[in-house]
Ligand binder design. Structure first.
Ligand SMILES: Nc1ncnc2c1ncn2[C@@H]1O[C@H](COP(=O)(O)OP(=O)(O)OP(=O)(O)O)[C@@H](O)[C@H]1O
Ligand SMILES: [Mg+2]
Length: 384
């Protein structure tokens, strides 16, 4: 019955933590038992790591070790006696491998994060009789390819699409749900809590407020210190000095250096920037300098001097923005009034409304980048 009940493409979409992954994995396990053993099956997520984290470990719990086992190094799993290939959608070699296959069943985690070509190629390989795809996703922009080319055409394309909401998940505690809801506002609330496909428009951080996030007057310097750097020669260069208070789980940008070579009509050399880094650090024990991974010459310069430990920043833009947004919402990120470049950019940092999927306008984004580097590289782990 289940076999007939499923369509060719089955998408469970909606808010975070709403149970999409659990239910889809139960569906996948039940469905696969009705399918032949000698057919080709595939499970994929953006990367193999995220597949493990989001799906394989849960499937082990749901199915039990007797019915499900996997090896990431072999990129294979066995579910109910059926061999399943495991792949990461962002791996170019995966595409080559799958291009030659005939697939009977495909499981996809977080489809909006896949390259569109990978997804359409999967569908083109699903030529076996009764082949099905089961997948989950959070909503994205209404312009996203998954929404426009597939979900919006569901009647025409043999697609089943069900929306899940966090309030429907009775396995979560009321407190957990309430706290999670507080972490999101604006478009993120609409998407990740209400499950709406909504455009990212206007300010990237509409929740930034002078009242809540800006500190005036003297700040006592104590805690762990870091400096984050977005390097530019022609474009502005922005460096922020941060202090982390672990007890309060708050990070404060104490001071900054912000220099616009174009506006000043003079570019600074790496040596000059290094002098500014020293001035910003003063006598404070700086744990690490988090820096734009593409700033090779400046990274080499800092290393040569030997005073600071350098860490290349995690530069995943959208993940970083979500984190900064959520830290602002929780008032874990504060800024001293002297950080003028950063405060100005908060008021002018906007989404690119003409882009096909979420993207920010790449102007007025230098301090925004260094803030994001710091949050994504350091605070993501420390404030977990
Ligand atoms: N059927 C279930 N039995 C037991 N626990 C469940 C069940 N469904 C959901 N849960 C609980 O709810 C949590 C969230 O579910 P799930 O991971 O499926 O959400 P999701 O919609 O995929 O979220 P995200 O969008 O964040 O990936 C799970 O970690 C689990 O604790
Ligand atoms: Mg999920």
């Amino acid at each position: 019955m289940l076999k007939d009940g499923l369509k060719r493409i089955n998408i469970l979409q909606g808010s975070v933590r709403s149970g999409k992954t659990w239910i889809s994995l139960i569906l996948w396990a039940l469905w696969i038992t009705q399918m032949p053993k000698n057919a080709n099956y595939l499970m994929c997520a953006k990367t193999l790591d995220s597949l493990k984290r989001n799906c394989l470990d849960i499937l082990s719990k749901i199915a039990g070790e007797k019915y499900f086992s996997y090896s990431l190094s072999k990129k294979e799993a066995v579910l109910m006696g059926r061999k399943i290939y495991l792949e990461g959608a962002s791996d170019a070699r995966a595409e080559e491998k799958i291009r030659g296959m005939t697939l009977s069943g495909v499981y996809c985690d977080e489809i909006t994060l896949f390259p569109q070509e990978f997804f359409s190629m999967l569908l083109s390989r699903m030529s076996a009789d009764g082949a099905k795809l089961i997948g989950t996703t959070n909503p994205d922009s209404p312009e996203h390819w998954l929404k426009k080319k597939y979900i919006d055409r569901k009647d025409e394309l043999d697609i089943y699409c069900e929306k899940f909401l966090i309030d429907d998940n009775c396995f979560l505690s009321v407190d957990f749900v309430e706290n999670l809801k507080k972490e999101y506002t604006g478009i993120f609330y609409e998407r990740f809590i209400c499950g709406e496909w909504i455009n990212a428009e206007g300010l990237v951080y509409p929740n930034f407020s002078e009242e809540k996030h800006v500190i005036k007057g003297k700040i006592e310097e104590k805690g762990d210190f870091y400096i984050s750097v977005d390097y530019g020669t022609l474009n502005p260069c922005s460096m922020g000095l941060w202090q982390i208070d672990r007890e309060k789980m708050q990070a404060t940008r104490l001071r900054e250096f912000y220099y616009d070579g174009r506006q000043e009509q003079r570019q600074m050399t790496d040596e000059e920037y290094y002098q500014q880094l020293e001035i910003l650090a003063g006598n404070l024990p700086i744990r690490q300098v988090i820096i734009d991974p593409s700033a090779a010459s400046f990274i080499a310069c800092i290393k040569r001097k030997g005073r600071f430990a350098v860490k290349k920043a995690d530069n995943k833009v959208l993940d970083g923005i979500r984190l900064v947004f959520s830290l602002l919402a929780q008032e874990r990120l504060l800024f001293h009034e002297s950080c003028k470049g950063c405060l100005r950019e908060f008021r002018s940092y906007v989404w690119d409304e003409d882009a096909q999927s979420d993207a920010v306008l790449k102007v007025n984004d230098h301090a925004m980048d260094d803030v994001r580097y710091f949050c994504n590289t350091i605070l993501r782990r420390q404030f977990r």
